[in-house]
Write a protein that binds this ligand. Structure first.
Ligand SMILES: [Zn+2]
Length: 255
């Protein structure tokens, strides 16, 4: 074993600052006279520096790392697991950086999509607010205590015309009373009709309302024993018609 080989392990420990007395003093004495060992020490020290930097900086050359690890490995133990751990550890900053890039890209994408969604929701919200305001205005118009309700009616309210017929089929007697009937042109007349259960309407009298709109029919000529289904009134030419010539303006079912 040459002197250099004897100091090889001590050199590595020395480079790490871990060599203790009395080996430290012996090595320092040898370094004072041995240029190759000085050179090796410088190499190891630069390896050590690189290793320290490697946790945050560039990866040291694989060759130097292997040599250093081999140098500091305890006698008789396979240092295989150590470099594996170191390899992973040294790659960690890159893995973290890569992961951060992926996460940043994902978040940027996510943020862009969220911004779009928020813009959509804001627009929809503003539309709904507008619709709600319109609805509230409508409801307020009805429910507000200040809201006034005004009902409009014809300026000159006319009472509704009304006709009442009293009919006794067994005797064929009829009394008819008319109220609030509008006046007719001179060539027209109101005609009352008895509508039997079976058969055509039977004429039951003509009338013209007076100036107050009233008229009365008493016992117009009618056949005896006719069951009335209803009574109706049409407007006919003066003199009346044997059968209605227009649609009834009034109708009442016989009870
Ligand atoms: Zn030497």
């Amino acid at each position: 074993m040459s002197a250099h080989e004897q100091f090889a392990e001590d050199l590595a420990l020395y480079a790490l600052g871990a060599l203790e007395e009395p080996e430290k003093e012996a090595l320092e004495q040898h370094l004072g006279v041995c240029a190759p060992c000085q050179s090796e020490l410088q190499q190891l020290q630069s390896d050590t520096t690189l290793l320290a930097l490697s946790t945050v900086g560039p990866v040291p050359p694989l060759r130097s790392r292997k040599r250093l690890l081999r140098a500091i490995a305890p006698e008789g133990r396979e240092p295989l697991t150590v470099p594996k751990r170191f390899t992973w550890w040294l790659l960690a900053p890159y893995a973290v950086s890569a992961a951060l890039v992926v996460v940043a890209a994902f978040l940027w994408n996510e943020s862009r999509s969220l911004k779009r969604t928020v813009a959509d929701l804001e627009q929809r919200h503003s539309e709904m607010e507008k619709q709600l305001r319109v609805s509230q205005d409508l409801v307020n118009t009805f429910t507000s205590p200040e809201s006034k309700q005004i009902t409009l009616a014809p300026v000159k309210a006319l009472p509704q015309p009304q006709g009442k017929a009293y009919y006794l089929s067994s005797s064929g007697h009829l009394i008819f009373l008319a109220n609030n009937f509008a006046p007719l042109p001179p060539n027209k007349v109101y005609e009352l009709w008895l509508i039997p259960s079976i058969g055509s309407p039977i004429p039951a009298g003509l009338f013209q309302p007076d100036t107050r709109g009233t008229a009365t029919l008493v016992n117009p000529p009618l056949p005896i024993g006719v069951q009335a289904k209803a009574f109706a009134i049409t407007i006919e030419p003066t003199g009346g018609s044997p059968a209605p010539t227009s649609q009834p303006i009034m109708l009442g079912a016989a009870g």
